[in-house]
Design a protein. Structure first.
Length: 129
């Protein structure tokens, strides 16, 4: 994992949120979750979820494949509990992927409700069980 790259993505995401926050105040609720298995939390209910936890990974190069992220047993338990309580937990790869996820999550009126599982299915990069 390249922490420097993840830090740059996080800083860019914070700048993006500040710029769009006046037009979309719910973005201003996004906050970092240091020392957890995730990087950010958006406490805005959408799509039947109570909120969105985001784990940001560096952007993949053309030849790289999605790698299975290795979580410790305690982290898996914590993430599974969050999922069981109705939170969406998503791993994104790079800034553009993260922005796409947030915009999709925040704009349910732009999508038919029955498409939600397909929209987020691509983001589900690991199994909890």
């Amino acid at each position: 994992m390249n922490e420097f790259t993840e830090l740059k993505i996080a800083k860019k995401l914070c700048e993006w949120v500040k710029k769009l926050g006046k037009r979309h105040p719910e973005l201003l609720l996004l906050f970092a979750t240091p020392n957890t298995s995730t990087d950010f939390f958006l406490p805005v209910p959408r799509w039947g979820y109570h909120g969105l936890f985001i784990k940001i990974e560096p952007e993949l190069s053309e030849n790289e494949e999605l790698s299975k992220i290795q979580f410790r047993s305690t982290e898996k338990d914590w993430l599974k509990n969050l999922k069981d309580q109705g939170y969406l937990i998503v791993i994104t790869y790079g800034f553009a992927d993260t922005v796409k996820l947030i915009l999709t999550y925040l704009n349910p009126e732009n999508y038919q409700r029955n498409l939600i599982k397909q929209l987020f299915k691509d983001y589900m990069r690991w199994e909890f069980d």
